[in-house]
Write a protein that binds this ligand. Sequence first.
Ligand code: GDD
Ligand code: MN
Length: 387
Amino acid sequence: MTCSYLGILGKHRMKIAIILPTYNEKENIEILIPKLEVEIKNIKKHDFEILVVDDNSPDNTASAVNQLQKQYKNLHLVSGEKKGLGVAYLRGASYAIDKLKADVLIMMDADLSHPPELIAELMKGIDEGYDLVIGSRYVKGGATPDWNLRRRVISKVGNSFARIIAGMYKIHDCTSGYRAIRTSVYKKVNTKNLSTKGYAFISTLLYELFSVGARAKEVPLVFYDRKYGDTKLKSKDMMEFFFNSFRLRFKSSKRMIKFAAVGGSGIFVNLGIFTLAKNVLYPLYGRTNMTLLASSLTGDEISIIYNFLLNHYWTFRGVTSKEHILKKLAKFHIVALTSVVINNAVLFFLHIGFGLTDVVAKFIGIIIAFIWNYLLNVKWTWREKIQ
Ligand code: GDD
Ligand code: MN
């Protein structure tokens, strides 16, 4: 399925919306738009629309865009109140999806820091089948040549926060505003989760895209400093970003804590059912030497179903998946079985192989099996397949 899908992707003509948030970027936008138009004309495979998301800039960026619209039919403008970069991005993405019917969103700064030539690279990644392609300053070939030490340190520290605290180790540039996102994956993200108002939106969206299973790639970005106007990044944005990184971390550990709590309470359900079955239920049919095994398996099965339902409606609530609940239940069983295998393999390996006390070996087995069980359920049982 995935392979044939990737094959088709390359040939499929898509609608791409380039979203440019602007606040006082009149001089820059007048230079950028014609450059962009040339660039996208050279990418014949797809159809491009350019969308300027302006917040009633006092320098009249909007009227400069209106002027350019006479020449370029694929140029659009949405104006709104200034509430922050994140709010502007959200507005732009909704417009691009609802009105422009975009298959891919490209987010890009309007101050000429993001070279238009990189659009071809971003699109190449999308055509390869990635859902998210990031212009990255921190991979080989990427750079920020114009930045002074202070700016470099701030950006590096910010990135380390997103990588280490928020847990997005895999990505080297988590705060890059230059990226292409497949709309089908963006739509899976609950917009309620994108509540960060300012620049923190960039890392928040990244986090949320990963939690709905986005496949990502980074391409090198050489980021040049703006020539006209000033940066709009305020310390308020930095504070929001800082606290938000912890919020994101807590969000993912919260899920694991819930999962562990469900599993822990499941032990008691298992024991309760086991006792009930062994002493009350099965003796009704006469006590045989199968009673013990049957009661034990009944306890296991009921506790698996109990665990599944609680995880489905509580731990993983809001993780939308088109897959039928029974199919998920089947997957959950398979994961549980593999966990039992792992648990016992670790026990034997450590006890027999390494001479560790059996209880300690079993304990380590349980911990490893739990982590395995959790990760597999996150990545397989509840994660929506990317078609
Ligand atoms: N509509 C709207 N509303 N646009 C905004 C707002 C806002 O409140 N705030 C900023 N922008 C626009 C700017 O006009 C510009 O086009 C783009 O967003 C980026 O803003 P800059 O002010 O140029 O940001 P920067 O160069 O300091 O920040 C760069 O580095 C950050 C940290 O790595 C950008 O690449 C950011 O994307 C990046 O997060
Ligand atoms: Mn900038």
